[in-house]
Design a protein. Structure first.
Ligand SMILES: Cc1ncc(COP(=O)(O)O)c(C=O)c1O
Length: 369
């Protein structure tokens, strides 16, 4: 069996260090907002080349609280429009609607799966206030072009980096390009906690202070509440775990790149399309191929014990949760959702397993369909 992602194997590599980190937190007697969170926030801000990192409960909150903070700071108001890629995990969209802002779906580039810059400008109206690019599957969105558009139209930019810890875009770390970037540390992410966790990075001090206050009941000083906040904090144990795992994020990402390189070099089948290679500009959170014969290919891979997944089978505007958006026609997004398939990739994947995935992909023939 070749699992899609073997989290036990990924975390077992750090077991002693994780146990020690956990034990240190237990012995400290301080479990929320203490030295381990401070340490991780400092380390991750530095890693992302940003001035501040604010730990929150999960990636969805990282996105939601950033836009909520912009509302508190008077930069956004109900009904303002946020440009989002139409193909993303639904969390991106939920963070917009949770804030009573309006998501405007922008079609992606069919090859890179990332938001298509030429469609961004067409979607801008007098109500547009934010561009929310997603670095989908580990590939950076075209940040230089996005920031240039944002400057012309005076828009805020929030990066969704949930799938892209450690990606460089034109030599600059993802997360340091824009006004703020949101990260998820869900266990399956490239930098994954052992539970839910998330963070915002930003170099805007007012924004950082406001997000921190909102996530802590709206309080900057104990029992003084200036904002109607929520409870969204990254706890000491998860922060300590993340500090352990941050040390190997770059080597893990390099291992993912090496596997992707093999897939690129050796998967050679006219029925399988792979996004254009972008060298180091990708941390391959997912390795996503496209095929008109998805079900058949997934069945063949499964018959060889290879697990695949679809990220994602239904676009947000096709979900019942967004039934009011069901009338939207987004042909590029819809085609992508019909044809994509994610192959196994992870820093602990064995060479024999990589070879088998490649061999089975190459053996796939439409005449068998
Ligand atoms: C693109 C994207 N944005 C946001 C999120 C939300 O992160 P979390 O699950 O930590 O809330 C995810 C998580 O899967 C994601 O993939």
């Amino acid at each position: 069996m070749i699992p899609f992602l073997d989290l036990k194997a990924i975390n077992s590599r750090h077991k002693q260090e994780l146990i020690e980190a956990c034990s240190n937190v237990i012995d400290s007697g301080w479990y929320i907002q203490g030295q381990y969170l401070n340490n991780f926030e400092r380390e991750f801000a530095e890693y992302c080349d940003s001035d501040h990192c604010i730990g929150v409960a999960n990636g969805l909150d990282a996105l939601t609280l950033t836009m909520r903070a912009w509302k508190e700071l008077g930069k956004l108001k109900d009904g303002d429009e946020v440009l989002v890629p139409a193909n993303t995990y639904i969390a991106t969209i939920l963070s917009v609607t949770e804030n009573r802002l309006t998501p405007i779906f922008v079609e992606p580039d069919p090859f890179t799966f990332n938001i298509d810059v030429k469609n961004i400008e067409k979607a801008i109206t007098s109500r547009t206030k934010v561009i929310l690019p997603v670095h989908l599957y580990g590939r950076s969105a075209p940040m230089r072009e996005i920031m240039a558009i944002a400057k012309v139209y005076d828009l805020l930019v929030l990066e969704d980096g949930a799938q892209a810890h450690g990606v460089f875009c034109d030599g600059k770390m993802v997360g340091s390009w824009s006004d703020a970037a949101a990260f998820s540390f869900y266990p399956g992410k490239n930098l994954g906690a052992l539970g839910d966790a998330g963070a915002v990075v930003t170099s805007d001090s007012a924004l950082a202070n406001t997000i921190r206050a909102i996530g802590n009941y709206g309080s900057e000083r104990k029992y003084v509440n200036n904002i109607k906040g929520v409870n969204s904090r990254l706890d000491e144990i998860q922060a300590a775990m993340l500090s352990v795992k941050l040390k190997t994020l770059d080597s893990d990402n390099n291992r993912r790149r090496a596997i992707a390189k093999e897939y690129y070099k050796r998967i050679d089948n006219p029925n399988i399309r792979i996004a254009p290679l972008d060298g180091l500009n990708n941390v391959y959170h997912l390795f996503v191929i496209s095929t008109m014969f998805r079900e058949e290919l997934a069945t063949l891979l499964s018959s060889h014990g290879i697990q695949t997944l679809i990220h994602y089978p239904i676009p947000s505007h096709g979900q019942l949760a967004y039934r009011e958006l069901g009338h939207l026609s987004l042909p590029i997004t819809e085609k992508i959702h019909q044809e994509i398939l994610s192959l196994p990739i992870s820093p602990v994947m064995e060479t024999a397993h990589i070879d088998l995935v490649i061999d089975v992909c190459n053996s796939f023939s439409v005449s068998n369909v």
